[in-house]
Design a protein around this ligand. Sequence first.
Ligand code: 26M
Length: 798
Amino acid sequence: DLRNGLRPLGSTPAEFEQDLLSNLYYRRGTTVESASAQDAYETLALTVRDRLAARRARTAAAHYESNPRWVYYLSAEYLLGPQLEQNLLYSGTTDLAPAALEALGFSAEEVAALDVEPGLGNGGLGRLAACLLDSLATLDIPAVGYGIRYDLGIFKQQFENGEQVERPDDWAFQGDPWEFPAPDDWQTVGFYGFVGPEGWVPGEIVHGEPSHLLVPGYGTETVNIVRLWRARAAPASFDLRRFSAGQYAEAVQEAVKAENISKVLYPDDSTDMGRELRLKQQYFLVSCSLRDIVRRFRLRNADWADFPAKTVIQLNDTHPTLAIPELIRLLVDEEKLEWEQAWSIVRQTFAYTCHTLLPEALETWPVEMLGRLLPRHLEIIYTINEALLAEVRARFPGDLDRVRRMSLIQEEPQRRVRMANLAVTGTFKVNGVAELHSQLLTSTTFADFAALWPDRFTNVTNGVSPRRFVRLANPGLSALISEGLGSDDWLRDLSLLSNLAPLAGDASFRSRWRAEKRHAKADLGLGDPGAVLDVMIKRFHEYKRQQLKLLHVITLYQRLRNDPARFGVPRTVLFGGKAAPAYDAAKSIIRLINAVSATVAADPRTSGLLRVVFPANYNVTLAERIIPAADLSEQISMAGKEASGTGNMKLALNGAVTIGTLDGANVEIRDRVGADNFFLFGLDTPAAAALRASDYRPRTHYDSDEELRAALDAILSGEFGGVGQDVAHSLLDRDEYLTLADYRSYVDKQDEVAAAWQNQEQWTRMSILNTAGSGFFSADRTVADYLARIWRAEPVRP
Ligand code: 26M
């Protein structure tokens, strides 16, 4: 057995230093004398990676031997976060690295600063994918994540005159030491062409070249992988004839077009951009991944009938939904199975997670575009649709409107394929991501499908990685938690946090807890211990209502000037987040926040009392610094709009107290931390829906609420650098997300927050009880729920 012949990599400082040196010479190809900081970083990464690679080899061998049931996660996005610190922790080398680097003449800090996070996602959906992979590995589940290796990740946000400008994120321009390229596992992907007597004849062929990153489990041997595909021109697409004729641009034109497929992550997280290149990306991911899944199945299995028992494929939203017709195509056209058998295999293999409630976020593709790009897939979709509609007609005879609503094809105003309907039809389970969200899906978005197939729908409440978002982000608080609980077992069983609750009554524990929160604030450079750190970090979207937080800030500023008795307590308000580049309304809110921040900063009366900070380029790296420092977590979306939220969980776990609406997972957070430890405000979902359905007049709130009027008037009068009038007008004229309707309830609740902050002992109690009550929100529990309700896979321990 060759595995046993692997030279074990040492765990002593001397052995680690030896390995570092040998990697510097033999893999980096340089010397101690001439090593740059970048050399030191790359070499450290290789040295750490080697330790995980040894575990990976043992994991792969154990998986091969046991021929297990596999979980495949298909996602267009992964927001993995910085890799160095995590891999140091997971490989048990955190304490070895600083001294070894010192020996090379570098400090751990300067080397760690060179670690670039792969920003291959937009926000919650992409970060959830990363947390689930972390937990799958931690629970020893045989799993592979499939995604796209975008050359350019989520854009870098800068502010110019307070406005968001986007810069390309060429994250791997110096290479990526964490990646294992596997060019020998390339796949071909077809596009365009026609369906002839022999089946689909593509008009364009692109190669998919995979590389993988290691996904180590915490406290176990397992190391899984996430496999990312990069588009490569087929060698034939280079036009040698044109090149020889001196037409250099034309010679590479086809090749450039092919490689554009994985060039850039679409930076939109809520609207269907409807662009052909996006559809090509989706099919590229699906086609490469399914062929790889089939290849892996065949390594140990011969009979297609066994495929569903050995395979579950989770679709992360509708982005990879073309996997459904693609698997049918592989089985029927290439493997020559009967349609009925292929369809039955498909319906036992796929499951679908929905992440939204916004109707405009449900993907549809023009029939014309899909049929031109993927003619055979459109035929298959039509055939699935015939069977679906026959079933609907049989169950609900004469209900023509139902047939129209459920069809995979929308007819008006343009014929389009409804990807969510296809995803529900081609899967055995559909889940929402929080209790409220899953209920709303079956009562609204998918009500017709739930009437037809009630057992298909379920809930799996989101969770987050306690390793990344507590242990790595907040080492100080983590050490205190471990001391309080008597062990660090909570990192693998987060429900143990409930045992912290009694310590909320212990004055000396409270004082140490407070000290940790203050340290985290000081590390962030926001060290005024007397000020509440009030944090709103998330993508910018009108439904999330950053504008409501901003109106509150303006009201506080005006009280400071006119009515200091009502001001409350010192506050630092921190915003972080990006807006989709084409989302003008969100960009206007960003512009206005920066203007208010500048006005407040320029006014000496605010000194020591009110600050508005908005660090640019919020990402996972920055989140890990902000979250530990937060005192107050803003989760203020219009009820019924936020599917779950996961930032809410990260903040509560780190002892921030939430001010929030009854939306998404806020509902479950409040149930678990206790209503006394949660600042609830605003309309609930039925009330908000009823108000929206009525003839809502936002101006009545402006007319009747003096403080609200003053805040909006200040914007309209140009007090904040003359910007933001569009924001105010949109609130007064339309107020799609009921910001003005919730303003008074929100501001009054913030006054309760201020009062509570004045009693620091009481606040600390609340803070500890938030952490103690949040153990449910571990992604380990989320994965356990997926296993029990959908995946039904068993652990395999290397
Ligand atoms: C669509 C079309 C074109 C380009 C991109 C997209 C697109 C990309 C990401 C659409 C939606 C995307 O993500 C939505 C998202 O992040 N949803 C969030 O998912 C989280 C995890 O379940 C939830 O916690 C959030 O409530 C939900 O908003």
